[in-house]
Design a binder for this molecule. Structure first.
Ligand code: SF4
Length: 71
């Protein structure tokens, strides 16, 4: 049976460095020089979909999007 995972997509051109995504600091880190978020990992377990949908809504710059992938 196919399982799903969530791909986290960060648009570094939109990111304004607000840092609200750092609640998930296993996935996001902030470059303190450029003040732009980076992804530490691109894929998270499907069980975290709600958590990341909230981060998408909370990002003031609309820099985060998600894609659900079949494994
Ligand atoms: S919340 Fe959005 S704007 Fe702020 S650091 Fe994260 S990705 Fe960038």
């Amino acid at each position: 049976m196919a399982s799903e995972k969530v791909e986290v997509i960060l648009d570094a051109l939109k990111c304004q460095g607000y840092g609200l995504c750092l609640g998930a600091d296993d996935v996001f880190e902030l470059d303190s020089v450029a003040n732009i978020a980076h992804l530490k990992q691109r894929f998270v377990d499907i069980s975290r979909k709600d958590e990341f949908e909230q981060l998408v809504r909370d990002c003031p710059a609309a820099a985060i999007s998600l894609r659900v992938l079949q494994e």
